[in-house]
Design a protein around this ligand. Structure first.
Ligand SMILES: CC(C)=CCC/C(C)=C/CC/C(C)=C/CC/C(C)=C/[C@@H]1[C@@H](COP(=O)(O)OP(=O)(O)O)[C@]1(C)CC/C=C(\C)CC/C=C(\C)CCC=C(C)C
Length: 412
């Protein structure tokens, strides 16, 4: 399956890492960039200039995130990430204010043989259907424009993750990630390299999506290359934001906030961030054994030490009482993030709620399964059975129907 996706990632990338790098370096060769640059600048004018800021040129959150010149951090990870949340929320609000303006949007030219935007989106849909069946099913409730935009984002995230987690991961260097980031900048500047990038280029020109979460996801991949231990939860939080919280921030501008929602835009984005963090923490707790076999320990080192545990205990894979107590605390923390996320789901546009609920409920259930395995996440993979998945989905449908009923009665 991964090989199939890598082909989708870039047909010339499969054989070895060098051709991947070549492809990134020569990313614009199919493209008439001068023509497109004009089209993009026209588009910006049509949108009242909002897009310029959207594409991230005016701010550099990265430098805020990292450090002072002396190398010391001045804020916690949570504070720094909240900056990105505020930025994305501000962008959405700006776009809302300018929605009355007439938009004449040029098509993004798609490189490659097929040439058509709709085919590019169809290919994204196929990848989604292959890799994320349940989620893909949920997207069927969304409007066609939203559904295909979410597909395009999904595919970009999957390709980014495959760079460090796929079969060619050993070829990936920080320089290759830099090239992937350059290619991302090209996507946001309307200069896609391949058809899948083309779908994303079109998406980001249609929806108020900020580039920063995309850059930050690549930063998470860099972190994965250079780091295999996390000193404390602050460090882990930043990693979880990079690789998963970003997905929440990328998705909400597409899914949309319900017009009747009274919640602030910031609070909805915060909930989206929380869902990403909760999912990633859960993923980490489920995969402790698997990660340890790759020499990785994502659990906060200071909390392990406080619990009287060390990396050696993890590598030995012994489920002791100390481990159970430690795990209970970690699970408790992940659930808190799910609770935070729940508050945002009902604020999303009605057609987007179902896939989000489904992903929240199914992922949260993994925590119950870790408990049911008596905290043995070394040799047992917590897994939600098909019948439990059906129960979860039924629960989501009920929850959504109740919420819609309540809203309808309030409006009457
Ligand atoms: C409806 C929905 C879930 C939309 C998200 C669609 C989307 C763009 C997904 C991209 C996911 C992806 C490929 C991310 C790459 C990095 C990565 C692998 C992150 C881990 C996901 C699990 O993936 P994996 O396939 O490895 O998992 P399994 O091993 O198969 O279990 C993550 C753990 C995190 C993914 C993060 C999310 C899905 C966050 C979603 C948040 C929202 C959609 C915001 C919802 C809004 C509110 C207000 C709550």
């Amino acid at each position: 399956m991964s090989v199939a996706l890598l082909w989708v990632v870039s047909p010339c990338d499969v054989s070895n890492g060098t051709s991947f790098m070549e492809s990134v370096r020569e990313g614009n060769r199919f493209f008439d960039s001068s023509r497109h640059r004009n089209l993009v600048s026209n588009e910006r004018i049509n949108r009242g200039g909002g897009k310029q800021t959207n594409n991230g040129r005016k701010f550099s959150v990265r430098s805020a995130i990292l450090a002072t010149p002396s190398g010391e951090r001045t804020m916690t990870s949570e504070q720094m990430v909240y900056d990105v949340v505020l930025r994305q929320a501000a962008l959405v609000k700006r776009q809302l204010r300018s929605t009355n303006e007439l938009e004449v949007k040029p098509d993004i030219p798609i490189p490659g043989n097929l040439g058509l935007l709709s085919e590019a989106y169809d290919r994204c849909g196929e990848v989604c259907a292959e890799y994320a069946k349940t989620f893909n099913l949920g997207t069927m409730l969304m409007t066609p424009e939203r559904r295909r935009a979410i597909w395009a984002i999904y595919v970009w995230c999957r390709r980014t993750d495959e760079l460090v987690d796929g079969p060619n991961a050993s070829y990936i260097t920080p320089a290759a990630l830099d090239r992937w980031e350059n290619r991302l900048e090209d996507v946001f500047n309307g200069r896609p390299f391949d058809m899948l990038d083309g779908a994303l280029s079109d998406t980001v020109s249609n929806f108020p999506v900020d580039i920063q979460p995309f850059r930050d996801m690549i930063e998470g991949m860099r972190m994965d290359l250079r780091k295999s231990r996390y000193k404390n939860f602050d460090e882990l939080y930043l990693y979880c934001y990079y690789v998963a919280g970003t997905v929440g921030l990328m998705s909400v501008p597409i899914m949309g906030i319900a017009p009747e929602s009274k919640a602030t835009t910031e609070s909805v984005y915060n909930a989206a961030l929380a869902l990403g963090i909760a999912n990633q923490l859960t993923n980490i707790l489920r995969d402790v054994g698997e990660d340890a076999r790759r020499g990785r320990v994502y659990l906060p080192q200071d909390e392990l030490a406080q619990a009287g545990l060390s990396d050696e205990d993890i590598f030995a894979g012994r489920v002791t009482d100390k481990w159970r107590i430690f795990m209970k605390k970690q699970i408790h923390r992940a659930r808190k993030f799910f609770d935070e996320a729940e508050k945002g789901v009902t604020e999303l546009s009605s057609a987007s709620r179902f896939p989000v609920w489904a992903s929240l409920v199914l992922y949260r259930k993994i925590l119950d399964e870790i408990e049911a395995n008596d905290y043995n996440n070394f040799t047992k993979r917590a897994y939600v059975s098909k019948s439990k998945q059906v129960d979860c989905i039924t629960y989501c449908i009920c929850k959504i129907s109740c919420a819609s009923y309540k809203t309808a009665s309030l409006q009457r």
